[in-house]
Ligand binder design. Sequence first.
Ligand code: MG
Length: 387
Amino acid sequence: MNIHPKRIAILGSTGSIGTQALEVIASQPDFFSVEVLTAQRNADLLINQSKRFRPKHVVITEETLYPKVKEALQQLDIQVHTGKEALLEVVKIPEIDIVLTAVVGYCGLAPTIAAIEHGKDIALSNKETLVVAGELIMALAKQHQVNILPVDSEHSAIFQCLPGEEINPIEKIILTASGGPFRGKKRDELLQVSKAQALKHPNWTMGAKITIDSASLMNKGLEVIEAKWLFGLEAAQVEVVVHAQSIIHSLVQFEDGSLKAQLGLPDMKLPILYALSYPKRLKTDFKRFNFLDYPQLTFEQPDMDTFQNLSLAFAALQKAGNMPCVLNAANEIAVAKFLEDKVKFLEMSDVIADCLAKIPYIEKPSYQEYVQTDAETRRLALELCGK
Ligand code: MG
């Protein structure tokens, strides 16, 4: 047992991963305590969570909601902060052992960098951070000797296959994809699909952005890029296979041809727990997998002609430089506009492809150049969505 429970900061505590992380933490009070909670605008849930978990610091980034949160927590020994900049400050608090980055999108990048620079381990749920600036993040993590512990189920699976293999190079990794709600559909069947249809994921319950990304296979594209950086691979060493049941969470192939996989029911609580408890495995009462409930596990090639986002992601990774950053920013705008019914499902790929073609290439971007690339791409993507 630790000398003290591991002290955790959760960025994005009111989202899907944040709330599940708090369930995990509540079930392991000897091992974990909550030091910081942050939310963008869900003040009511943040207040409830704070009353229950008693963090030392709370951030509500939306400034208009600050008085409400401040007032609700004033009797408790909790400091309340507001504004985006506050995220960069709270991750530096000396008492924090690990930062769970459960915010969605590009906004996770700056607080993650601040946390790494202050020596905090990262439980990485915000995959966009590595998509946008993987090279920079991994170099910083090495420099500051912090662990980047994956929360994404596929990357957690691979990470769980690696202990004991330190001297053995990876030949390739195979990321499994559920295929999402539109698996097996062709382009003409996807022309008019609605937001409600895209939001119905067959296996996983997740936030809106990642659910749309799963339906378009962009989520898998982002994960390919995330995996490249996390595991130090070449683009050609990352493969995707569609596995509709989401039981095999991903596989590693070593140079002797042996494959290792991690299996389990689709439940994010397990990868969240492993990232927080690593290298230890803690006892849980999570539902156990039964092979007899799944007499068939199936595998198929991803359909990249229909789901062009996946091939766009491979292309962006191949070009490298600032192109994955462009891919991500264009996708964030396209998904937001799809959720507002302003662009159609298949048009999201057109917006992204256009941005990849038009934004100037930078081979080795600095942090500032990533920031510029992101802003420029968002402007262009908004323009393209407005047509
Ligand atoms: Mg995943």
